[in-house]
Every structure is written in structure tokens, then in C-alpha cells.
Design a protein around this ligand. Structure first.
Ligand SMILES: [Fe+2]
Length: 270
């Protein structure tokens, strides 16, 4: 799973590095968060094509998915692009997908946090509703078999959230129910990747894909001005300098769907 792709530098480094990473690690399935691909804000058709072309099987997003109004119809049309599942009913697009690749079933669920963010529907209950059709925590949490416990697929969750507390809480809520819960949105890779007690792989934030010599991939001078002057200068992506693809590689047990181990990825390009 790969962290938020930020602007043209993010797309460029993704195209340069992701195909090699997939080959080098024999990755079977790749999820890329693309919510900042279009000049830092949202997605467009060209970005979509480039991210899928680089090797993504599914593209997840977050709060910036709504930035480009012309992209909204594509959220309905392109099934491999998700927006957070817990936006209220009636929002464009869809928040989860189940698909097969190399005879294996994968389910990707995109959720968004509510702490320090827009107060959309509950991500915890939304996950329950997607999996069981009911808004209550199922009773089979002690299962040793994640695939059998939920939907029979490897379930990969992108939780786009600001609050570390909320991210860890969802990780434990889904422990034993999802194969992997990866946080996105804060763009700084955390070093807390681990397998939770019931077999779910977890990391608070995957990091981002773009220029590392900036402020969360954006121009540092503009960000500094915003912070010092409290003026909302127009944000622009950082340009030039070292860039990286950041994310995590998770090895899953083919039978149970449990995470066996996780490895953080930071692949740099000059
Ligand atoms: Fe982001």
C-alpha cells in the first residue's frame, strides 16, 4: 500500500519507482492513495491513468477527492477509484470494491476519520455495515481466520484520518477482521508498523509519494508563510529536490488472510 501521491513530482516518482518495487518484492496487489495527485488537490482523468499505469490495482482517496468537480462523474464510472465509504449516502462514487486478481479475492475499503476533520458518518459503523449489513460489531472477533470471519477476501483498509488516536482505535476495532489497516492523510510515515494480536497488519501512516524536502509534499516557503502569518496563501506542491515513494509491504497468509510481517518502504529518486 502506497501513501498519498502529491502532484507532478509524486506522479513522476511513482512511475519511476513503483513498477520496480512491485517486481522486486513480487507484490501481488497494490493500493495507491491518489487524493493529492492533481497538483496537490484531488484527482483528474490523466492522474488516474498514470497511477493505474504505474501498477496500482485500486486507487483510494480522502477529503480532497471532491476538489475537481469534473472528476465526480468518474467516481461513479471507474470502479477502481474509491472515495471514503463513510461519506453520506447520495455522495458520488463508492467506498469499497471487491475484485479478483490471480485467482485471489481482494476487498479494499476506504474510510475517513472524523477527529479534526469533517463530521461525516461513523467509520467504525460504516465498516460493520459494509461487511455485515448491520451497524453493530459482529461477535466473531476471536476468529483466527480473517478471510472466513468476514467476507472470504483479503481485506485492505485505507483509513484517511488526522488523529493518531482514531487511527489506532480503528486498527484494533478491525483486528482479526481486516488483513491490513493503513493510515493515510498526514503524509509523514510512522514507524509503528506491526501485526496486531489477532493478525491484522497496521501502520498509522504510510507516508506520501512526492518531494521529501517540503512540508507534507508542499512548498515549504508557502507553508511557513501560512503558519507565521495565518494567511491562507495558495498552496503549491514542492518542486525539485529528492522525492520518494513511501508505503508498506505486507505479507499475508494465503489461507487465513492474517498479516505475517510488514516492511516499510521509502524508495528515493533524485
Ligand atoms: Fe493527502
Amino acid at each position: 500500500m502506497i501513501g498519498d501521491v502529491v502532484g507532478e513530482p509524486g506522479l513522476t516518482v511513482l512511475e519511476r519507482r513503483l513498477p520496480g518495487l512491485i517486481g522486486e518484492h513480487s507484490a501481488d496487489f497494490t493500493v495507491v492513495n491518489g487524493e493529492n495527485a492533481a497538483a496537490g488537490f484531488g484527482l483528474n482523468q490523466e492522474c488516474l491513468k498514470r497511477i493505474l499505469g504505474a501498477g496500482a490495482d485500486v486507487i483510494t482517496t480522502g477529503n480532497h477527492v471532491w476538489e475537481k468537480r469534473e472528476f465526480w462523474p468518474l467516481l461513479d464510472k471507474e470502479e477502481r477509484v474509491l472515495r471514503p465509504c463513510n461519506y453520506p449516502e447520495g455522495s458520488a462514487g463508492h467506498g469499497w470494491i471487491r475484485l479478483q486478481k490471480s485467482s485471489l479475492d481482494y476487498m479494499v475499503v476506504n474510510l475517513q476519520g472524523r477527529e479534526y476533520m469533517t463530521a461525516i458518518d461513523c467509520p467504525f459503523r460504516t465498516f460493520d455495515r459494509v461487511m455485515t449489513g448491520r451497524e453493530e460489531q459482529p461477535e466473531f472477533l476471536a476468529s483466527q481466520d480473517i478471510r472466513a470471519a468476514e467476507c472470504g477476501a483479503f481485506t485492505l483498509v485505507d483509513f484517511h484520518a488526522e488523529s493518531t488516536r482514531e487511527k489506532e482505535a480503528l486498527g484494533y476495532y478491525l483486528d482479526g477482521r481486516a488483513s491490513m489497516v493503513a493510515g493515510t492523510h498526514t503524509h509523514v510515515q510512522t514507524s509503528d508498523e506491526r501485526v496486531l494480536p489477532r493478525g491484522t497488519g497496521y501502520i498509522t501512516d504510510l507516508g506520501m509519494t512526492g518531494i521529501t524536502d517540503g512540508v507534507i509534499g508542499m512548498d515549504k516557503a508557502i507553508c511557513l508563510g501560512r503558519a507565521r502569518n495565518q494567511v491562507l496563501y495558495r498552496m503549491e506542491c514542492a518542486a525539485g529536490g529528492i522525492s520518494a515513494v513511501e508505503g508498506v509491504l505486507v505479507e499475508l497468509d494465503q489461507n487465513s488472510g492474517r498479516a505475517l510481517n510488514l516492511r516499510r518502504i521509502r524508495s528515493f529518486a533524485g
